[in-house]
Design a protein around this ligand. Structure first.
Ligand code: NAP
Ligand code: NAG
Ligand code: NAG
Length: 291
């Protein structure tokens, strides 16, 4: 007990002091005014909502996804909401040449870039792992390799602007989730790549921030359709989720947890009692409803 206290008390004090010391300034929407931002996967869901928030804050926006008709509507709405400018580029992130072209387009349009928001995901199945290795490879291309490709292409501009990279991940990128094996693998890959890169940027005195976003279930149309009846946790609103991601990026936070308590607290027990967390996760599935 005495020894535990000797270790624990200074440790907690140090952790608190560190938190206090590293506390960042408050978020102000003006932080995004006139900033040049790419948002991927912005034709629907959280990406679309991020575009609208950025438009409202007066950013220059370049949105991308595959469906041209939806992107045209998003751009029109962004202009109504007050975007400094809004453009789109349609294409698939399966294609690394396209991923690079999106960053080139930003360079052409603005000559610089302040924030790269990587958010798109390819569609996958919601069910037990079906042994399809080809699908895992394809999903890694879309959900992971295109993120790496765009980051490599954007880093020279981001270094000059002291910009930010925002990576949208998931609880399934921090702890194993059943029925999401390929998806979960791509999200873990993002954590490995971007958390290591963040370390190197600091070591090289490169002022580019990397924000990894750990999201719980969000009420986007696609997610609601996918998990319907099977995954029984409550879903948080996509509009607020989009705003929290932008705030975290603007404040250069290392990670964003949304919804905070339902993501942060479970992860606190992950390293101490992983079997308990696994059990609680399994309990939130109703596999009888699985089609
Ligand atoms: N919703 C949730 O519950 C939840 C939970 C945790 C994490 N997240 C993460 O949040 C992010 C957004 O999720 P969301 O629910 O908003 O997804 P969503 O509504 O399904 O949107 C996905 C976006 O990606 C685009 N996309 C799909 N395949 C593509 C491809 N091959 N190439 C380029 N773009 C492609 C889609 O547009 P097109 O079809 O037009 O290409 C769409 O704009 C994702 O990173 C997801 O993993 C979501
Ligand atoms: C963009 O969308 C249009 C219309 O759907 C399509 O003809 C074109 O091939 C798409 N471009 C890319 C790069 O996929
Ligand atoms: C890094 O860039 C941000 C945003 O431009 C700036 O506020 C911050 O002071 C910079 N930090 C360093 C160490 O230069």
């Amino acid at each position: 007990m005495g020894l535990l206290q000797k270790i624990l008390v200074p440790f907690v004090a140090l952790a608190l002091a560190f938190c206090f010391y590293s506390r960042k300034e408050d978020f102000k929407p003006e932080m995004l005014k006139g900033k040049r931002v790419i948002v991927t996967g912005a034709s629907t869901g959280i990406g679309e909502q991020m575009a609208y928030h950025l438009a409202h804050m007066g950013s220059h926006i370049l949105v991308t996804a595959r469906t041209e008709a939806k992107l045209q509507k998003v751009v029109a709405r962004c202009l109504e909401l007050g975007a400094a400018s809004a453009r789109y580029m349609n294409g698939s992130m399966e294609d690394m040449i396209f991923a690079e072209l999106v960053v080139k387009k930003a360079e052409e349009l603005w000559g610089s870039l302040d924030m790269l928001i990587l958010n798109h995901v390819g569609s996958s199945y919601f069910g037990f792992f079906n042994s399809d290795v080809g699908h895992v490879q394809k999903l890694l291309d879309i959900n992971f390799l295109s993120y790496v490709t765009m980051t490599v292409a954007a880093l020279p501009m981001l270094k000059k602007s002291a910009g930010s990279i925002v990576v949208v991940s998931s609880m399934a990128g921090k702890v194993g989730f059943p029925l999401l094996v390929p998806y979960s693998a791509t999200k873990f890959a993002l954590d490995g790549f971007f958390s290591s890169l963040r370390q190197e940027l600091v070591m090289q005195n490169t002022n580019v921030s990397i924000t990894l976003c750990v999201l719980g279930l969000i009420d986007t149309e696609n997610a609601m359709k996918t998990v319907s009846g099977v995954f029984t946790s409550p879903a948080a609103p996509k509009e607020e989720c989009a705003l929290e991601i932008i705030k975290g990026g603007a404040l250069r936070q290392r990670e964003v947890y949304y919804e905070y308590t339902s993501t942060k607290f479970p992860l606190l027990i992950r390293d101490w009692v992983p079997d308990l967390l696994d059990y609680l996760i399994r309990r939130s599935y109703n596999t009888e409803k699985l089609k």
